[in-house]
Write a protein that binds this ligand. Structure first.
Ligand code: GLU
Length: 637
């Protein structure tokens, strides 16, 4: 294993130079987007790059996107808690200290291994019962501008993170539920220091100030955000967390908090979370809501929310370092399928065994990676949606990862970029769906935990865009603070049907869960079944690439988790090939362009965390890595 520290320093230097020379495109979050419009936006803006040392723990480890959250998780493990107990404490602290990314107003996927089996706990947000496929169409039947839909009451899905965590706690918790809320309640009461990243995102956000509750909490009287280090107290969140600690998910899904959520969604000044009469008329769905009466979020929706357990998607993958069994989250996430396809296709190209060129992959490898990704994203657009509404091709999702299917798809990868790429026919599927048009996907957070009893988990949690729908819920406006609501429904296709009327698999339907890219991943030794790693990232659809890169780095290139995370980010969603700005030599860009790729360089602020089994001085240890592009650490013992 290579030492990651010098890599991280070089990385920080490269990105710093890029900033000084103003040679690189900004991110939309920063309001400095200089690249042409075809460049897919990154979900959250970039903030500081901070080299991370990589961590080594002997018994247990908690990797999370904010030090206060990771430490709360480690504290729970030391108190005898399980990995799930620690994850609950981490999530509650993240709601407070990383409010832009995840929280009790959002949803999450948790993959858990108890030493025997892998379980997939689905806490994805759902569309309210009255939502129709016209949810994001205007009166003329055209898709709403993306930003208008995000910043509205209409984008809010019924939150599922808390209910899902309660379900996992019932099976795998060791400490009492209420105990797990203590770190967050205490921090919310006492206050926490506003971090650099939170401050930067608050400064750059154009719309959060429009919400009076958020404005009063996050900003000073002159409209500027609280400075870095300012001690921010959130007594309203402490109040809500006390209720959830005492009464469980019903304290969120019923009663005063539920009423406050519904009121917030329905009373949005610009675009409330209800279907207008005109929309009722224009929509083509058979799931027609009563005209003008459709209120996409009601108390009944909140009350009815059910977390689900699904079968984890596991497949074999031969990496240079080891024969692996990679387990990920099934649909409604597209993550595991796309990551598995990319790695599987790449292993069938001439770049399968290619080494790194210095600190970065070669142009040749990037070409093969990009072509594999384009094929994977074509299948994703065609097939993946909520499995309770949409059948898997060939009746099983694993048809998309079947070796014979991957062999056939890999034959489409040549020396030049393919002029166009379409979906395949996994499991012999003849699809009646129309492919989903490309659409932005935006704040999310990743948590990886291993405990001393042999439990491990990988959980990705989100309120979708940075600060979600920019709606802050309070049950008592005289108490400062509250929590933010997600805009997860914008992960559905705004366009429900093709021009010929063919439905898109991921269109809005009542009670449906929007397709996700979240890719919480657990990796095992195929032969012994031993857990080797837990990883995942935020990043919208680029999550798939960030996760694939880290897995390839750890298991193909033999890097430590930290060094794998530090590798330059790359990826395509089907359009231009994105390269992380300041990380590739001009010769690489030229070589890719000569092969027909449209290359764009921009900051790509992933938020990867990873924990991997390793050895040190003959002892088995947990190696931890956290993304230098965000504020995470790996705490443990
Ligand atoms: N909403 C996205 C998803 O579920 C994640 C957004 C992000 O990472 O910023 O796939």
């Amino acid at each position: 294993m290579k030492n990651s520290t010098h890599r991280s320093h070089r990385f920080a230097l490269a990105v710093l130079l890029c900033g000084l020379l103003s040679a690189c495109a900004g991110s939309p979050g920063s309001g400095r987007l200089t690249a042409p419009p075809a460049t897919p936006p990154q979900p959250e803006g970039a903030s500081a790059i901070t080299a991370k040392p990589g961590w080594v723990h002997r018994r247990q480890a908690v990797a999370a996107a904010n030090p206060l959250a990771a430490e709360a998780g480690a504290h729970i493990l030391r108190a005898g808690g399980s990995a799930v107990d620690a994850a609950i404490a981490v999530q509650m602290v993240l709601t407070l200290v990383e409010p832009q990314s995840s929280g009790i107003g959002g949803g999450a996927f948790l993959l858990h291994h108890d030493g025997q089996r892998v379980q997939a706990f689905d806490g994805r947000e759902t569309a309210p019962a009255a939502a129709t496929e016209a949810l994001f169409l205007n009166d003329q039947g055209q898709p709403l501008p993306f930003a208008t839909a995000v910043n509205s009451g209409r984008s809010v899905g019924v939150p599922g993170a808390v209910a899902m965590l309660a379900m996992a706690h019932k099976e795998h918790g060791r400490l009492p539920w209420a105990r797990l809320f203590e770190p967050a309640i205490s921090l919310a009461d006492k206050g926490f220091a506003v971090s650099q990243r939170l401050h930067t995102l608050l400064k750059d956000d154009a719309t959060l100030r429009n919400d009076p509750v958020a404005k009063a909490y996050f900003y000073r009287a002159d409209g500027t955000p609280h400075p870095v280090g300012h001690v921010l107290r959130n007594p309203e969140l402490a109040h809500v967390l006390r209720q959830i600690a005492a009464n469980g998910p019903p304290a969120l899904h019923e009663g005063a908090v539920a009423r406050a959520i519904v009121a917030k969604v329905q009373q949005h000044a610009g675009l409330p979370g209800r279907v207008s009469a005109a929309q009722g008329r224009s929509q083509a769905s058979s799931h027609r809501s009563p005209e003008g009466k459709g209120t996409p979020m009601t108390l009944g929706d909140l009350q009815r929310y059910q977390p689900k357990q699904r079968e984890a998607l596991c497949h074999d993958h031969a990496a240079a370092q080891r024969a692996l069994r990679i387990c990920g989250f099934p649909p409604p996430s597209s993550g595991a399928l796309a990551v598995g396809q990319i790695l599987g296709l790449l292993s069938r190209t001439p770049s399968a065994a290619a080494a790194l060129e210095g600190d970065a992959p070669s142009a040749n490898w990037l070409h093969h990676y990009a072509e594999a990704s384009r094929l994977a994203f074509a299948d994703r657009a065609q097939y993946v949606a909520d499995p309770d509404f949409v059948a898997a091709p060939g009746e099983q999702w694993l048809s998309l990862l079947a070796p014979a299917y991957l062999d056939q798809r890999a034959r489409l990868i040549g020396d030049k970029a393919a002029a166009s790429v379409t979906h395949g026919q996994p499991g012999g599927a003849v699809s009646a769906w129309a492919p989903m048009p490309a659409q932005p996907e935006y704040g999310t957070s990743h948590i990886s935990i291993v405990d001393a009893r042999g439990n491990a988990l990988s959980m990705t949690t989100t309120i979708e865009a940075a600060f979600g729908a920019r709606l802050m819920v309070t049950t008592d406006p005289s108490r400062p603070g509250g929590f933010l609501l997600n805009n997860q429904l914008t992960d559905f296709s705004f366009t429900p049907r093709s021009a010929e009327g063919r439905p898109v698999a991921n269109r809005v339907e009542p009670g449906k869960r929007p397709r996700s890219s979240m890719s919480p991943t657990l990796v095992f030794d195929r032969h012994t079944g031993e857990l080797l790693a837990s990883t995942g990232s935020p990043g919208g659809a680029f999550i798939i690439h960030f996760t694939a890169k880290t897995l390839h780095g750890m298991f193909q290139w033999g890097l430590t988790p930290q060094a794998a995370i530090d590798l330059p980010n790359i990826g395509t969603l089907g359009g231009p090939l994105m390269l992380e700005a300041g990380r590739f030599p001009p010769a690489t860009v030229q070589a890719l362009e000569q092969r027909g790729h449209e290359v764009r360089e921009a900051p790509m602020p992933s938020g990867l965390q990873a924990i991997q089994r390793g050895t040190q001085n003959g002892h088995s240890v947990w190696l931890g890595g956290a993304d230098p592009r965000r504020e995470g650490i790996v705490s443990g013992d």
